[in-house]
Design a protein. Structure first.
Length: 462
């Protein structure tokens, strides 16, 4: 009730108290797509909302403006305060019911409509007693959960989601801080946005193979969750799905995974390793930021960029393998990875963002494979590295670049069979005049403007 009061106060402060697109019969509708509509309120949170209506049958289809729409949802607060409403028929076409849709109605107040602490309308669970305690059992054949139906039911201990449900609704179990056991039966297809957010006692959950979609923030701040296996068929880890899962130690990702969105595993402080599948094509900003136990990571060659703060503050990260497919490293990408001692920047990297390696205090050396130095974003606090290993014959071009102000010493890595041909076949972009490379007595000699230099850049004879 306190939640509902807060929402009422917020909504009353706005002008959006009447928000429907059209009326048909005794119901009001919002158009949600070219082919679908939702049933909504006449007047938001008002005693005159659907005044004196005692019974409602929601149709599967409704016509408006010459278009036939499918009725697929009931909006939040749609019938709130309809004190005379004692009966409603919900058709099979309804796949979503908003939070508090039937609060303070005659249906809600009639105790005969409640079963095992739950309020059901046509096999749709639309509310749960605020003081419910223990293990919840669904009515047989339950097909739909309203959004936020278990919102902050703090005494809920365990629950089994039956396969008669297609989807776990948005915010269904937010703040169920005593919920420690969840069984999801095979046959459930999706987990909604913030479905288990702030379930701080949840230590384990088995996600069945039937699940193909896990919504944003689904397990946000499940601080006791220790392991998770994402089933094959899931293609995206959405934003902040596991953010603040501070006890999460083990994650298994499927080979169908294409994208890990922003902040997906942010602040998973106990996660010490994770295997990234070769199917992955995107890792979002700060996806693994503040994973302070993560010790190593190998990025597959299907990834072309390291984004903003992807590994920011991974203070235990000691080993990073970047593939040749990487072309850019974003701002703050490895900031404060102060256990990182060395890293190889692949040859196709063209740019490195601001403070990408700032506060990497143990970074003693870096290998840059690009013959033309990657561009560096302007910064006052970039990085200072004692030794930078670079391709053979590129000292001059690196010393003439922005890299010179951040590197203690450039050391060329030369190989008689490979490096000379690589240099000869790649144009060096610098103001330095062209040079000739030859091997003499097994050593690379660079001839520039008639003067001979060693591979280190030292003039021969001096």
């Amino acid at each position: 009730m306190r939640k509902l009061f807060s929402i009422i106060m917020a909504l009353l402060a706005t002008s959006a108290l009447w928000a429907y697109d059209f009326q048909s019969g005794n119901l009001y509708y919002n158009i949600t797509s070219d082919t679908t509509v939702e049933v909504t309120y006449q007047e938001l949170l008002s005693d005159s909302n659907y005044l004196d209506i005692t019974s409602i049958t929601i149709p599967e289809f409704v016509e408006h403006g010459g278009i036939t729409y499918s009725v697929t949802s009931i909006s939040e607060y749609a019938f709130t305060f309809c004190s005379s409403l004692s009966h409603i028929t919900i058709p099979q076409s309804i796949t979503k019911i908003g939070s508090s849709a039937f609060s303070s109605t005659g249906i809600n107040k009639d105790e005969s409509n409640w079963e095992n602490g739950g309020l059901y309308i046509d096999h749709c669970l639309v509310d749960v007693k605020s003081d419910f305690s223990g293990d919840f059992s669904f009515k047989e054949g339950t097909r739909l959960l309203a959004a936020e139906v278990f919102y902050h039911r703090s005494f809920l201990k365990s629950i089994t989601i039956p396969n008669s449900l297609q989807n776990i609704s948005d915010r269904a179990f937010v703040g169920c801080d005593s919920l420690s056991s969840i069984i999801i039966e095979d046959g459930v297809n999706s987990i909604g946005n913030s479905a288990f957010e702030d379930c701080v006692s949840l230590s384990s959950i088995v996600i069945p193979n039937s699940i193909s979609n896990i919504g944003e923030n689904a397990f946000y701040n499940c601080s006791s969750l220790r392991s998770i296996v994402i089933p094959e068929g899931v293609t995206t880890i959405e934003r902040q799905v596991f953010t603040n899962c501070s006890s999460l130690e083990s994650v298994t990702l499927p080979n169908t995974l294409k994208s890990i969105k922003n902040y997906a595993f942010h602040s998973c402080e106990s996660l010490d390793s994770i295997q990234i599948p070769n199917s992955l094509t995107n890792i979002g900003a700060s996806a693994f930021g503040y994973c302070r136990s993560l010790s190593s990571i190998s990025i597959p060659n299907t990834i072309d960029s390291i984004k903003l703060g992807t590994f920011n503050d991974c203070t235990n990260l000691k080993s990073v393998e970047l593939p040749e497919s990487i072309t850019s490293i974003g701002h703050l990408a490895f900031q404060n990875c102060n256990s990182l001692t060395s890293i190889t920047i692949p040859k196709n990297v063209r740019s490195i963002g601001t403070d990408a390696f700032f506060l990497c205090l143990s970074l003693n050396s870096i290998v840059v494979e690009a013959i033309n130095p990657p561009s560096l974003e302007e910064t006052n606090n970039y990085f200072e590295i004692p030794i930078c290993y670079i391709p053979c014959g590129t000292t001059a071009v690196y010393e003439a670049s922005d890299w010179a102000q951040y590197i203690g010493e450039f050391v060329e890595e030369c190989d008689e069979d490979d490096s000379a041909s690589a240099i000869e076949n790649t144009p060096i972009q610098s103001p330095i005049t062209s040079c000739q490379k030859i091997f003499r007595d097994g050593q690379l000699v660079i001839i520039r403007e008639g003067v001979e230099y060693k591979a280190t850049g030292q003039e021969i004879g001096n």
